[in-house]
Design a binder for this molecule. Structure first.
Ligand code: C2E
Ligand code: MG
Ligand code: MG
Length: 635
């Protein structure tokens, strides 16, 4: 605008060059700024270089303005000089703000622009120029002061801005760091929660496992003895408090042992599981328990005796339905005894005892109907308790004695052995061994009684002077045989009596061989090593398998009375089969329960080696045996 307004004078070309040059510098500066701004990697360190480049452009521009004064001062009119001074003052004023970020640029710019022109004005001849020169110089000084102040303020502001920026960056970094930590914490908390949850689940499962182990029967998953008794105590207490009836059913599976013995434990287990399902259908959860192997208990709260009886009958019917296991059809029956609370007892343990005893009573009866505990049952139970009590003192009270029943050779009927059969005179009342032997076995008294029998039999036998070769055959219970001291007892009896071991025979029932085979075998081998013969009593009534028998060192097989009784029917076939098996096992045979001449002749004809029975002699006291021997036997 300056060049255009005052272009009519001389020096037009020079002014055009000046204008071109200053515009060129301007364009250069614009390009430089654009290049700087487009630069990507501008760091804090490159700041001074940027300022230097900017300073060069600014100072070049200011020099160009001074050049205008130098070149055209003399040719300028007062008006042009005034206008020029105004422009310079404006530029200097603007520079104080524009370049306030750098006091050096602002001050240099003001000085270079104003000072030379002002000085030239002061030293001019024209008073207007002198005035304008003085004013400009004063303005220049003012601008220097102003620029200094302004730039200090701006520098401080920039410094603050940078510090703030750094703080903000730091704050953002911190925030991000916290966010990361927070995220990590959340992840860790989640992981911990997961671990916690897993632990809780494990603890829960473990607690359940421990509960099941200590409270549930592992096979049937019914309450075990301990858990059932505890539950029953609570139920009985409630029944007593509310005066409401509670029925307790004691269930025993008849002949279940045979299934285990003949078909194996796996089949036995499957049968028990199926029976459990049938029983459970009649009871609520935790109202059924497994008492022992094949014994179960059911508690029926709010059930009177009639209802309990009906439920027991339905249960018995359900159990008697065929059970299918691995292609086998199995038939079972159950004995059920029922006791009522609070009528029969207000104690859970006594209630179980009463139901158990009632069940035992029911088992002995011929019918298959569940039985309720009653006064009759109570009396019978008391009677058997009295028998057991009496049995405990039978030896010391000298109530026990032995009878002997001869066993004859089938050919010639010569006496070969006498079977010792125990008798008990209980205060003038005769009690048969069929009654007291099972009680003695159950109570453990059989060991003491058996030892007495063995000793007595050996003592008696050595005194059979009329029959010095006749053996004595003693019945031995499996409980005695399982006793580790039994062999010692045998030795002691033989030693103290002086009876030759070959004159002692032992009779063990077939069921003896079912369990604990290894130990029984060991015991039998020791017996055999002493030259004592062993017979299997009641052969055919037990459930031992032939393979089991084959492994056992026995000498005689006693054919049970039931087969002899039935010799005209199916008994004959069974006897023939037994004879065949015995021969295969290398055993001789004895038939017991021979009551008639026909039976004796038939058995001899079949090849039975020895005969025993009422036809020849009934069991008799030892003193009578001597007479019988004298008259009958020719050994
Ligand atoms: P067991 O060993 O099979 O004895 C044979 C049983 O049949 C005896 O009955 C005997 O009296 C009876 N008997 C023998 N011949 C005939 C006959 O022709 N007709 C009839 N109707 N019966 C006959 P008992 O003496 O009542 O003994 C029964 C069971 O008691 C015995 O059966 C035996 O298992 C057991 N027992 C007897 N004494 C003892 C003993 O001292 N210890 C052990 N552990 N058990 C014994
Ligand atoms: Mg016998
Ligand atoms: Mg027998």
């Amino acid at each position: 605008m300056l060049v255009l307004l005052f272009a009519d004078g001389a020096l037009l070309d020079e002014k055009a060059y000046w204008l071109g040059t200053i515009n060129l510098i301007l364009v250069g500066r614009i390009i430089d700024i654009a290049l700087w701004k487009s630069k990507k990697n501008v760091s804090a360190d490159s700041g001074p270089l940027g300022i230097q480049r900017y300073a060069v452009g600014t100072i070049l521009t200011s020099i160009m303005w001074s050049m205008y004064a130098f070149l055209f001062f003399d040719a300028m009119q007062v008006s042009e000089f005034t206008c020029f001074i105004v422009i310079l003052a404006s530029l200097a004023g603007a520079s104080a703000s524009m370049f306030s970020a750098s006091s050096f640029i602002a001050i240099s710019y003001s000085i270079i622009i104003l000072a030379p022109t002002a000085i030239m004005g002061i030293f001019a001849d024209q008073s207007e120029r002198v005035h304008l020169g003085i004013l400009s110089l004063s303005y220049c000084v003012l601008m220097i002061i102003y620029s200094l102040k302004n730039s200090r303020f701006t520098e401080q502001a920039i410094y603050n801005k940078n510090v703030n920026q750094k703080l903000v960056t730091k704050a953002i970094e911190e925030k991000n760091r916290f966010a990361t930590i927070n995220h990590e914490l959340t992840t860790t908390t989640e992981a911990l929660n997961q671990v916690n949850q897993n632990l809780e689940e494990q603890i829960k499962a473990r607690t359940e496992e421990i509960y099941n182990l200590s409270n549930l029967d592992s096979l049937t998953k019914l309450d075990n003895r301990k858990a059932f008794t505890a539950n029953l105590k609570t139920l009985v207490k409630q029944a007593v408090e509310k005066d409401r009836p509670l029925a307790l059913l004691f269930i025993d599976l008849i002949s279940f042992k045979n299934i285990n013995d003949t078909m194996g434990h796996k089949v036995g287990d499957s049968v028990l599981v199926q029976v459990t399902q049938r029983i459970s259908a009649f009871s609520e959860n935790h109202r059924a328990g497994r008492w022992s192997g094949d014994e179960f208990l059911i508690a029926l709260p709010y059930s009177d005796s009639n209802t309990a009886l009906e439920i027991a009958q339905a249960m018995s019917h359900s159990i008697s339905q065929p059970i299918y296991v691995h292609g086998n059809e199995i038939h079972l029956t159950a004995s059920i005894g029922i006791a009522m609370a609070p009528n029969d007892s207000q104690s859970a343990t006594e209630l179980i005892q009463l139901a158990d005893l009632t069940m035992c009573e029911q088992k002995q009866s011929s019918n298959n109907k569940p039985q309720l505990f009653s006064n009759d049952v109570k009396e019978r139970i008391l009677a058997s308790q009295a028998i057991l009590e009496g049995l405990q003192h039978a030896i010391e009270n000298k109530q026990l004695y032995l009878c002997y029943q001869p066993i004859q050779k089938a050919k010639g009927y010569n006496c070969w052995a006498n079977e010792a059969l125990l008798r008990w005179d209980f205060d003038g009342k005769f009690i048969g061994p069929d009654v007291f032997i099972p009680l003695a076995e159950k109570s453990g008294l059989i060991k003491e009684i058996g030892a007495w029998v063995l000793n007595r039999a050996c003592m008696d036998a050595v005194h059979w002077h009329d029959a010095p070769k006749v053996a004595v055959s003693v019945n031995v219970s499996v409980i005695q045989l399982m006793d580790k001291g039994f062999i010692r007892l045998l030795d002691k009896c033989l030693q103290s009596s002086g009876l030759p071991p070959e004159r002692l025979h032992l009779e063990v029932t077939e069921s003896t061989f079912v369990e604990n085979q290894a130990f029984i075998l060991q015991q039998l081998e020791q017996i055999r090593a002493r030259n004592i013969a062993v017979s299997i009593d009641d052969f055919g009534t037990g459930y031992s398998s032939l393979s089991q028998l084959q492994a056992l060192p026995v000498n005689f097989v006693k054919i049970d009375k039931t087969f002899v009784d039935n010799i005209e029917g199916k008994g004959e076939a069974i006897i023939r089969a037994t004879l065949f098996i015995a021969r295969e096992l290398g055993c001789q045979t004895i038939a017991e329960g021979v009551e008639t001449k026909e039976q004796a002749m038939a058995l001899s004809a079949m090849g039975v080696d020895y005969l025993q029975g009422y036809y020849f002699a009934k069991p008799m006291k030892n003193k009578d045996l001597s007479d019988w021997q004298k008259t009958t036997i020719k050994t």
